[in-house]
Design a protein around this ligand. Structure first.
Ligand SMILES: C[S@@+](CC[C@H](N)C(=O)[O-])C[C@H]1O[C@@H](n2cnc3c(N)ncnc32)[C@H](O)[C@@H]1O
Length: 270
């Protein structure tokens, strides 16, 4: 790929998904575009790029954005946020919302589903009463391919070895053709939907808990600010935002109050 091709791809990915492809890592972009071209039956990265140039808003765009996402995730990633959910956040939310019996959760960068399924296992294990609530769990991501995997809820041995306690594996998964498949009961409790955080959020209801972990890191401050401001409008009074361990609202959006819960910092509207 030429320097002009790299600039074109970098600009398009930034405009459409706010993902910053750092200059100097062109080899990563080129290898991802080459692999994508191969999957699409297109000769090589150069041909892919020239087809994309002739229809930059066509079907290849979605596939390009998809190929540029980093989907690293695992069950109960970082553990502490899940302990805080179990010990404090969920009990407090259930108490506050008991009279209306409504609890809505949104996981805004769900990747292949390990994060939403971890929360659902925690809820089913420790707060079974939510079965009788108006309970909704929305899990979204930019990448349609990774969401397809999330919807299937099938994981390799390697994936379940990363963070999933054996007791939950045997309780909530069955072994199917060498993979582990999540129980239909849990799968039915979550709606997976494609959503680009920098575009509109159509029909987004008010949320009691928003998990937006390990995705703001990819965005520049102005984009982070816009997203955080919109999240404040989505959060119900008393609702919580949980970010990734290296992410913060500090110095970006002053409308959030930082609250230390156990060993996790979480955020609430001021
Ligand atoms: C590193 S994963 C984090 C997954 C999970 N939240 C976790 O912490 O384990 C980042 C996810 O953000 C998604 N993503 C990147 N840019 C996005 C955007 N503009 N809108 C929505 N999702 C995006 C990627 O597709 C990817 O699945």
């Amino acid at each position: 790929m030429t320097a002009g091709d790299h600039l074109f791809i970098r600009t398009l990915v930034f405009e459409q998904a706010a993902i910053q492809l750092e200059p100097g890592r062109e080899y990563v972009v080129e290898s991802r575009v080459n692999a994508l071209a191969k999957r699409e039956g297109i000769a090589d990265a150069d041909t892919f790029t020239s087809q994309l140039r002739s229809a930059p808003r066509g079907p290849l765009l979605r596939k390009l954005l998809d190929a540029m996402t980093t989907n690293e995730t695992s069950f109960f990633r970082d553990l502490h946020p899940f302990e805080s959910l179990k010990e404090s956040i969920i009990p407090e939310l259930l108490k506050a919302r008991r009279s209306e019996g409504r609890l809505h959760i949104w996981c805004g960068a769900a990747s292949s589903g390990q994060e939403p399924y971890s929360v659902l296992m925690l809820l089913n294990e420790h707060f079974p009463e939510i079965a009788n609530w108006d309970f909704k769990f929305l899990a979204t991501d930019l990448s349609f391919q990774i969401l397809n995997k999330a919807r299937l809820g099938r994981y390799t041995q390697f994936e379940v070895n990363r963070g999933l306690p054996a007791s939950l594996l045997v309780k909530y998964f069955t072994r199917q053709n060498g993979e582990w498949e999540i129980s239909p009961k849990l799968r039915r409790q979550v709606e997976f939907r494609e959503l680009n955080l920098i575009q509109d959020w159509p029909g987004m209801p008010q949320m009691d808990l928003v998990m937006l972990r390990n995705v703001l890191i990819y965005f520049e401050p102005a984009v982070k600010r816009q997203i955080l401001e919109r999240i404040r409008r989505v959060l119900r009074p008393g609702g919580y935002l949980i970010l990734g361990g290296t992410e913060t609202t500090f110095g970006i959006d002053h409308g959030f109050e930082r609250v230390v819960v156990g060993r996790t910092t979480v955020y609430r509207n001021r």
